[in-house]
Design a protein around this ligand. Structure first.
Ligand code: URA
Length: 219
């Protein structure tokens, strides 16, 4: 897997990540969602450098301009619910992409810290031969990405896979490296060292879904 780690180089993305993590700022839900969306835009810009391009002649009022434009058929697939603002950011840039939504949540069968990832709802076009952009802001254990990719198999085999995440843990990256094809790209803003006993990223930012949309009742 090719890992593209945004915070390896200083940019305005550092500020957005800092605000997402900061307990004195992150409770402003509108800013929190918008910062995830902004990172989706920046990660999309970076990702666009690996797309396939074809040359087109564009007629401007004053002449003809040769421009290389992306030619890939993109499907953006986001994992509900925390993936929604990230999806919006990616779609802002790949505005003619097709869209796919899938639900994945942590189910605690014994009411303890152990959980399994349940994938239920899936609404997707065919991904056969297309460029799949799979988005989930928090890459913790990596099991959501893996289970979702498994569920997406009934939609076809993509030509290329780009995973997009905001914050990841090294353990999750390792699982993706083991489970996804070697030519997969991971576009990620920040990589943290570890997970806590509940599988949350440390230092991370907390529960991205709750910070975007409010608390949920556990089930
Ligand atoms: N999901 C989150 O929202 N946060 C984490 O730290 C891990 C998974």
């Amino acid at each position: 897997m090719h890992v593209h780690h945004l915070l390896n180089n200083n940019s305005i993305a550092n500020k957005f990540i800092a605000q997402l993590r900061d307990t004195s700022i992150q409770n402003d839900r509108m800013r929190f969602r918008r910062n995830i969306e902004r990172l989706g835009e920046i990660l999309s810009y970076e990702l666009s450098k690996k797309l396939n391009y074809s040359s087109e002649e564009i007629t401007s009022p004053l002449g003809i301009s040769k421009v290389s434009v992306p030619k890939d058929e993109i499907v953006i697939c986001s994992i509900l619910r925390a993936g929604l603002p990230l999806h919006t950011g990616i779609l802002n840039y790949f505005d003619d992409a097709e869209n796919s939504f899938i639900s994945a949540y942590r189910h605690h069968p014994n009411d303890d810290k152990e959980f399994e990832i349940k994938v239920e709802y899936l609404a997707s076009p065919s991904i056969e031969g297309k460029t799949l952009v799979l988005a989930d802001p928090m890459l913790a254990t990596g099991r959501s990405f893996v289970n979702v990719m498994h569920a997406l198999k009934e939609m076809g085999t993509p030509k290329e896979i780009h995973l997009v995440a905001v914050i990841g843990a090294e353990e999750g990256l390792k699982l993706l490296d083991d489970e996804f094809p070697p030519h997969t790209h991971l576009w990620i803003a920040a990589i943290d060292k570890e997970l806590d006993s509940r599988g949350y990223i440390v230092p991370g930012l907390g529960d991205a879904g709750d910070l975007c949309f409010g608390n949920k009742k556990q089930h």
